[in-house]
Design a protein around this ligand. Structure first.
Ligand code: PMT
Length: 406
């Protein structure tokens, strides 16, 4: 048995109307044993082979059957189900279901959700050997394969109808392991990643503050990519207006001091720390209790606010004896690589990601970014691209470095 795990994964088990449906309850149990959360979707024909009640009991969730039932749609509609899933496994997948999918039909809940989901879809074909060998079924299997839909099996052997040949559904344990293998590229499974994102606000008085233009987009994209790579993610966010990515634990903070404290609360348990926040280096020494007023007795057209240094959060994490793998960002406007290398050394980081914030098409508040990743071993440029895509590439790069450190 593979060591891969389904912990933290959401799987929809689709059941079509074939005799192998009796094995689906066992399949749901095997998936849950590996840590998955499972929801079951049944076609009408499937309900002739196994009862929804059995699948509700083993999955621990209500079974979904109807596309056109307003009550069922109100509870969790086909679009929500499609979005919820990390993987859709149809077991058994009958010849009829494969034909409907190959034709792009959405004439029941299961086929509709297959059209709507962006999650990978896997089929466990199960049918009589002659039906499997039939040119139409083979054509449909090829069409589905070309669309990126995978087939697990079928196996060869004795069939329920007495025939011998290909068409048996794989055993539930094999299917659960095949599902787990789909996530094996998730290089951060079991790792806790802590990410800071967004700006900080340093209060001058109750209505004014010093801050910067960070939107949090880069840090939030990194959090989403780290979750997708299997990590447990804590996102320490300055004041931003972004929605929390699914399955991310978010801690909201305002100032650099808040961010420092929130970071050190979770760092003892962290494997990787990514400091993407644009933390204010200084804060007003005094925060006025009341809104500051113009002083009519002072002639000068100026006001002096004395600033004091904030703690350097990323350097403080990197100086800990049992520190996580520490990645900093460098926001530079000139001599980018050299300044970034200085920060890598002075802050004792494992890696630094340098971005040119003088270019307004990338960096602060834009949807795109372009960076150079620098460690003591490598210097790798990443050209301009969407922050969401860049985040996935950066998480891949970081996880490779983490998994290869000695
Ligand atoms: O949020 P977006 O709009 O998407 O923009 C993304 C970004 C441009 C903010 C991001 O890509 C970025 O560059 N973040 C770091 C910004 C920054 O503060 O850079 P810096 O060179 O001043 O700081 C270097 C490193 O020290 C950073 O990792 C920073 O988080 C960290 N730092 C700085 C000061 C401080 N007191 N504590 C810190 O931890």
């Amino acid at each position: 048995m593979t060591l891969a795990t389904l912990s933290n994964k959401r799987i929809i088990v689709g059941i079509a109307g074939g005799i192998a449906a009796y094995k689906s309850a066992e399949l749901v149990r095997r998936l849950k044993e590996q840590g998955a959360e499972v929801r079951v979707v049944m076609t009408e024909a499937a309900q002739s082979f196994i009862t929804p009640l059995t699948l509700q009991a083993v999955s621990g969730n209500p079974v979904h059957m109807d596309l056109l039932d307003p009550a069922a749609e109100a509870a969790m509609g086909h679009i929500e189900l499609a979005r919820w899933a990390d993987l859709v496994l149809i077991a058994p997948a009958t010849a009829d279901l494969m034909a409907r999918m190959a034709a792009g039909q959405g004439n029941d809940l299961l086929t509709t959700l297959c059209l709507a989901t962006e999650a990978p879809i896997c089929l466990a074909p199960a049918m009589n050997q002659a039906m499997w060998r039939d040119a139409s079924t083979q054509h449909n299997a090829t069409v589905l394969l070309e669309r990126g839909i995978q087939c697990f099996g079928p196996a060869e052997g004795e069939q329920a109808c007495g025939d011998i040949g290909p068409g048996r559904m794989l055993e539930p344990t094999q299917l659960a392991d095949s599902c787990a293998q789909q996530f094996q590229s998730e290089k951060l499974t079991g790792k806790h990643v802590v990410i800071t994102a967004g700006p900080t606000q340093e209060a001058i008085d109750p209505v004014r503050y010093i801050s910067n233009h960070s939107s949090g987009k880069m840090g939030f994209a990194l959090a989403e990519a780290a979750v997708a790579a299997g990590a447990k993610v804590t996102l320490i966010a300055g004041p931003v207006t972004l929605a929390t990515p699914d399955r991310v634990v978010r801690v909201d903070v305002i100032s650099a001091m808040d961010m420092y404290q929130a970071t050190h609360q979770v760092i003892p348990d962290a494997d990787i720390f990514i400091a993407c926040a644009a933390v204010a280096d200084y804060r007003p020494e005094q925060v006025a209790d009341h809104k500051l007023k113009k002083d009519p007795t002072v002639a000068e057209d100026e006001m002096i606010i004395r600033l004091v240094r904030n703690p350097d959060i990323v350097a403080s994490v990197a100086s800990q004896p049992s520190k996580p793998f520490v990645v900093g960002f460098a926001a530079e406007t000139q001599d980018i690589i050299n300044y970034a290398k200085d920060k890598l050394e002075h802050k004792n980081l494992d890696m630094i990601i340098a971005n040119n914030v003088a270019d307004t098409t990338v960096g602060f508040n834009s949807d795109d970014n372009a960076v150079t990743v620098i460690s003591r071993e490598v210097e790798e440029p990443f050209p301009p691209m969407a922050k969401t895509l860049l985040a996935r590439k950066l998480i891949d790069f970081i996880s490779h470095a983490v998994n290869n450190q000695h």
